[in-house]
Design a protein around this ligand. Structure first.
Ligand code: DGL
Length: 265
C-alpha cells in the first residue's frame, strides 16, 4: 500500500502551489496530478455540480489504485468533501479543513479570507477557523476574476493589477492582521499583492496543509519506501495552456489530455 500513488487535483494549475510544498516534504512519492481544465472555474459552480465533478475525479483515482487523494482545491474541499468523505477506501485530505485548524491555532483577532465565490458561499473557512478559535473574527471576500487571470497568465496586465488592488483595499478596510489565500490559484498573485501590503500578511494554506499530510502519512506508515521520480500529469483540456501557466510553482513538461468529467449544462 505505501508505494501506491498519491492523487492530487485542482481545477487547473492552482493545485501546483500545493504540489510544490508537498514535494519538499515528500519528494519520493509516486504522484498523479489531475487539472480539471475543462470544468474551470469551479468557483462559479453549484454545490451539486462540485460534488458530481469531485466524485468523478475520485473514481478516476480509484482506477489508479491510489493510497490517498489530496484535495488541492479549496472549492471542492468546502463544497464536496463532507458528501464524499466516507465513500472511498483511500485517505482523503481536504485543504480547507486541514489548514484552517492550524491557522486557528495562531489565534488571530481578525483574519481575512480571499477565496472563490463557491468557497465563500459555503463559509467553510469561517466555520472551520471559529470551530477552534471562536473569538477570531473572520472576513470573507470572493475574488471571482483571479482564477482566470492565473490560468491565462495575465498577472501583469493593468486590468489585473487594478482588480487585485481593488479587492485588497476592500479587505484591508476590516483591519485584518492576516489574509488567507483561500484558493490555490492566488499564491500565483503574491508578486502583485506584496506591492500593496507586507508579504508576511498573506497566509498560503498549502504550507500548513503539506506539513499536515506529511505527519498523517507518517503516523499511518504510508510514506513510500521506494523512490519515484516522475510525477504524471493529466488535464481534461488544453494541455499546452496548462504547461504554459504552470511554470511559477512547477514546470510541467508533459501533460496528457484525458476525458473524464462530463458535467450536464
Ligand atoms: N483553485 C481552486 C480552489 O482552490 C478552484 C479555483 C476555480 O476553479 O474556481 O478553490
Amino acid at each position: 500500500m505505501k508505494n501506491c500513488p498519491i492523487g492530487i487535483f485542482d481545477s487547473g494549475v492552482g493545485g501546483l502551489s500545493v504540489f510544490a510544498e508537498l514535494i519538499k516534504l515528500l519528494p519520493d512519492e509516486n504522484y498523479i496530478y489531475f487539472g480539471d481544465t475543462l470544468n474551470l472555474p469551479y468557483g462559479a459552480k453549484t454545490q451539486a455540480q462540485l460534488i458530481d465533478i469531485t466524485s468523478t475525479i475520485f473514481d478516476f483515482f480509484k482506477t489508479q489504485n491510489v493510497k490517498a487523494v489530496v484535495m488541492a482545491c479549496n472549492t471542492t474541499s468546502a463544497a464536496a468533501y463532507d458528501a464524499l468523505k466516507d465513500k472511498y477506501n483511500f485517505k482523503i485530505y481536504p485543504i480547507v479543513q486541514r489548514a484552517a485548524k492550524q491557522i486557528a491555532n495562531e489565534n488571530h483577532k481578525k483574519i481575512g479570507i480571499f477565496a472563490t465565490q463557491a468557497t465563500i458561499n459555503s463559509h467553510a473557512y469561517k466555520r472551520e477557523i471559529q470551530k477552534y478559535s471562536p473569538n477570531t473574527e473572520v472576513f470573507e471576500l470572493a475574488c471571482p476574476k483571479w482564477v482566470s487571470i492565473v490560468e491565462n497568465n495575465l498577472q501583469n496586465t493593468p486590468e489585473s493589477i487594478k482588480d487585485i488592488k481593488l479587492q485588497l483595499d476592500l479587505m484591508l478596510k476590516n483591519n485584518v492582521e492576516k489574509i488567507v489565500l483561500g484558493c490555490t490559484h492566488y499564491p500565483y498573485l503574491l508578486n502583485i499583492l506584496k506591492k500593496f501590503a507586507p508579504e508576511n500578511m498573506f497566509i498560503n494554506p498549502a504550507k500548513y496543509f503539506a506539513q499536515d499530510i506529511y505527519q498523517d502519512l507518517k503516523q499511518n506508515d504510508l510514506i513510500s519506501d521506494k523512490k519515484f521520480f516522475e510525477p504524471k500529469f493529466f488535464v481534461s483540456s488544453n494541455p499546452e495552456q496548462f504547461m504554459l501557466s504552470s511554470k511559477l510553482f512547477y514546470n510541467v513538461q508533459n501533460a496528457e489530455e484525458i476525458s473524464i468529467t462530463i458535467i450536464p449544462a
